[in-house]
Structures are given as structure tokens and as C-alpha cells.
Design a protein around this ligand. Structure first.
Ligand SMILES: NC(=O)C1=CN([C@@H]2O[C@H](COP(=O)(O)OP(=O)(O)OC[C@H]3O[C@@H](n4cnc5c(N)ncnc54)[C@H](OP(=O)(O)O)[C@@H]3O)[C@@H](O)[C@H]2O)C=CC1
Ligand SMILES: O=C1CO[C@H](CO)[C@@H](O)[C@@H]1O
Length: 368
């Protein structure tokens, strides 16, 4: 692997980009070469702010316009946090320019767009990865261990996820998340993306057979509405079912419950640490003993917790994510898992949208 760092360019001085600036600086294998914005002043202000928070040895350049950044030959990978509604052409251009792509979620408007974006990256020999940071969390291996065949959870029967925050009174009009042009999937794209992804993590990438979903509350300006509150129910080809709820109107909560025939795993803050900077999860197994017609549940497996942040690395998931993409860019060893799981996530999201448009009609998902 090259001893040079991965040279990153950012398309857009987005709010989330500040977090990933920090992550790249902490990753140990990356440097931010340039930040492009529609306004060069905004890019310069963004760089000054990030430098003040987490400096780097080279000075990042402020660039006017995303095209100008993509034309540079001193950039290996681009981070694309542009709004979902306008992201696709920039990913296609980035791939054509030979840049590896870290693309924010929800990846696109439709699964066919994602397929096109992935194909463009494949044709250009560059990596495509979406910005699902929890996929890089160290605790996923621990959760997987609880879910192993014959493990404390047993056969998984039910997966329930909930991701919500209350955006407040000025959310509509002030935040891109409620803008039908920029973020057409509303909370389904912003929060439901993670719920679907966690569900696919538990099933090992196995897709649901069918989905029934509803937009519970639309939000937006005039007739241009997006889902502000959404729920879905999924069925798999075995005994497993899954449900998720996401909302911009409900207080902060992000919980995942995986229930099997022997026990369950509860993951609080399954996406990112909302509260105290820690990520944890609990494993529970209770065995039923019937004595003298009395039902007793005996706790067999202790609740276990893993605090990924105990090691002192803040934003550990994001750091691991950008380090991973940096390693891929430097080694040239592309990984097919990331484009494949993005496309699966978007295909489930598409089915949710179709079902919600028909008031919860059951929509079947093709297995391919
Ligand atoms: N994985 C994660 O942890 C997170 C992911 N996200 C995702 O990242 C995306 C960006 O979110 P966030 O950072 O909050 O959004 P912001 O509104 O802060 O940033 C969006 C950026 O897109 C650029 N842009 C280009 N065209 C437009 C346009 N027509 N209107 C508005 N902005 C435009 C702007 O950059 P400029 O003006 O500099 O050109 C702007 O700064 C969302 O899709 C969101 O879901 C967000 C937060 C966390
Ligand atoms: O991806 C994201 C991480 O979570 C946030 C909520 O806390 C989202 O709004 C954001 O887009």
C-alpha cells in the first residue's frame, strides 16, 4: 500500500462535512486537499472553521464549483454530501474523473439511479461506498456474535428499529430534509435508510420478500410534501419479520431490538451516539422453567455492553469508515460489498415508497 495519504476533495461545504473532515484528520491515512462549494467564500469559511477545529499539515484549497474540483489530478477520493435530489450527476462525473466516491445517504432518488452510479464507478475502476457509519462500528462484530446460530438469541423472528428526532418549528423551510426537490424521501431517506440497513445487517443481506408501508404524516411547503413520519412492516421468506418507524416529529430515539426464540439483543443509539458519546448494546437470554405450575424466567446471559468510545477515539465509526475508503483508494483493492448493500437498501426503500403511495398495499420485492 502507498505510504502517501489518500487525498480527499469535498463536493459542497455541507454541515455533515465538518464531521468527516475531523474523521479524515483522525484516520491517519487521509488529507483534505480541496473543498468545492457553489461559493468560493463559503468553501474558504468552511476550511477556516475546520482548520481551527482539527488542523492538518497541508492547507486545503477553496474551489469554486464542483466541476473544478473534479478536474484536479491531486485528488484520489471525493466525499459527496450534496442533497439526494441532485447527487447522481456528481457521482457519475466523479467516477468518470477516476475518483473513489464516499456518497451520503440516502444514495439516490431511485434504485435504478443507484445501479447507474455503481456501474459508473465499476467501469471507472473506483470504489463506491455510502456514508453509513455504523456499518464500520466495532460493535457490529459483537452483535453478530450474539446472533450466531445456536447463540443466545437463537433463531431471529423479529427485528424492530426506530429512528426519530424532533426537528422543531422551523424545520420545514429551513432544512433540506423537508424539501421535496432536494430530499424527496424525507424521513424515510434520512432516517429510514439506517433502519433498513440495520435490518439487512441482521439478515446478512437477505432481502425481505414483501413490504407494507405508510407515510403517517407528510410535511413540506404547499403541495410539495415529503414523509415526515413513516412506518413499514417487512416479511422475509422464513420466520422473520421486521418493522421500522422513523420521524422528524418525534423526540430523539434510535433503538433496535432483535428478538429470537431464545433471547434478544437491544441496541440503543444503533446509528450514532445521541447522548453521552457512547454506543452500547445489551444481550439478554432468559430460559423458561416451570416449577409447580409457576413460570420462572431465569436470566442465562448477562446484559453485555461495549463502549466503542472508551478508547478515547471520538467519532470512531466515521474515522473507521473514511480510513477504510482511504485504504481501498490507496491499495486499489475494490470491495463489492459496499455498492451491493447500498443498492439493496435503496431497493427496499423504493418498495416502501411504492407501498406508501398505495396506502400500505403489500409490495413484493424481487430477489435479484
Ligand atoms: N451519514 C451521516 O452521518 C449524515 C448524512 N447526512 C446526509 O448528507 C446530506 C447533506 O446533509 P447536511 O449536511 O445536513 O445538509 P446541508 O444543507 O448542510 O448541506 C448540503 C450542501 O449541499 C450543497 N448544495 C448544492 N446544491 C444545493 C441546493 N440546491 N440547495 C442546498 N444545498 C445545495 C451545499 O454546498 P455549497 O453551498 O457549499 O455548494 C450545501 O452545503 C443529506 O442527504 C443527509 O441525509 C447528513 C448528516 C449526517
Ligand atoms: O444521517 C444522519 C445522521 O442522523 C441525523 C439525525 O440525528 C440525520 O438527520 C442525518 O442525516
Amino acid at each position: 500500500m502507498s505510504s502517501q495519504p489518500c487525498r480527499w476533495g469535498f463536493l459542497g461545504a455541507a454541515a455533515i462535512a465538518r464531521k468527516n473532515w475531523k474523521a479524515i484528520r483522525l484516520s491517519g491515512n487521509g488529507v483534505i486537499t480541496a473543498v468545492a462549494s457553489r461559493s468560493v467564500q463559503r468553501a474558504a469559511d468552511f476550511i477556516a472553521q475546520c482548520e481551527a477545529e482539527v488542523p492538518q499539515s497541508v492547507t486545503a484549497e477553496a474551489v469554486e464549483g464542483y466541476d473544478a474540483l473534479l478536474q484536479r489530478d491531486d485528488i484520489d477520493a471525493v466525499y459527496v454530501p450534496l442533497p439526494t435530489g441532485i447527487r447522481k450527476p456528481w457521482v457519475l462525473k466523479a467516477a468518470a474523473a477516476g475518483k473513489h466516491v464516499l456518497c451520503e445517504k440516502p444514495v439516490a432518488v431511485h434504485g435504478d439511479d443507484v445501479a447507474e452510479m455503481i456501474q459508473a464507478c465499476q467501469d471507472a475502476g473506483v470504489q463506491f461506498m455510502d456514508g453509513v457509519m455504523f456499518d464500520h462500528s466495532t460493535r457490529l462484530a459483537g452483535i453478530e456474535d450474539s446472533l450466531r446460530p445456536g447463540g443466545p438469541v437463537g433463531n431471529v423472528r423479529r427485528i424492530q428499529t426506530h429512528f426519530s428526532f424532533n426537528g422543531g418549528d422551523d424545520f420545514v423551510g429551513a432544512n433540506i430534509r423537508a424539501d421535496a426537490e432536494l430530499e424527496p424521501h424525507g424521513c424515510l431517506g434520512d432516517l429510514g435508510w439506517y433502519c433498513i440497513r440495520f435490518t439487512l445487517f441482521v439478515t446478512g443481506g437477505r432481502m425481505p420478500e414483501s413490504v407494507s408501508a405508510r407515510t403517517l404524516t407528510p410535511i413540506g411547503q404547499g403541495s410539495a410534501k415529503v414523509p415526515g413520519e413513516f412506518s413499514a412492516e417487512m416479511r422475509f421468506d422464513d420466520q422473520t419479520s421486521a418493522a421500522f418507524y422513523c420521524s422528524f416529529l418525534t423526540a430523539n430515539q434510535q433503538t433496535a431490538l432483535v428478538s429470537g426464540d431464545r433471547g434478544y439483543v437491544a441496541v440503543d443509539d444503533f446509528v450514532l451516539p445521541f447522548y453521552d458519546g457512547s454506543l452500547h448494546w445489551t444481550e439478554n437470554r432468559h430460559d423458561l422453567q416451570v416449577d409447580n405450575c409457576r413460570w420462572n424466567f431465569r436470566r442465562v446471559s448477562d446484559g453485555r455492553r461495549v463502549d466503542e468510545f472508551a478508547g478515547g477515539e471520538p467519532d470512531a465509526q466515521e474515522v473507521r469508515m473514511v480510513r477504510h475508503l482511504g485504504d481501498i483508494a490507496l491499495s486499489g483493492q475494490l470491495e463489492s460489498h459496499w455498492p451491493e448493500i447500498s443498492l439493496k437498501t435503496q431497493r427496499v426503500l423504493d418498495a416502501c415508497r411504492r407501498s406508501a403511495a398505495e396506502q400500505g398495499a403489500v409490495v413484493c420485492i424481487e430477489s435479484s
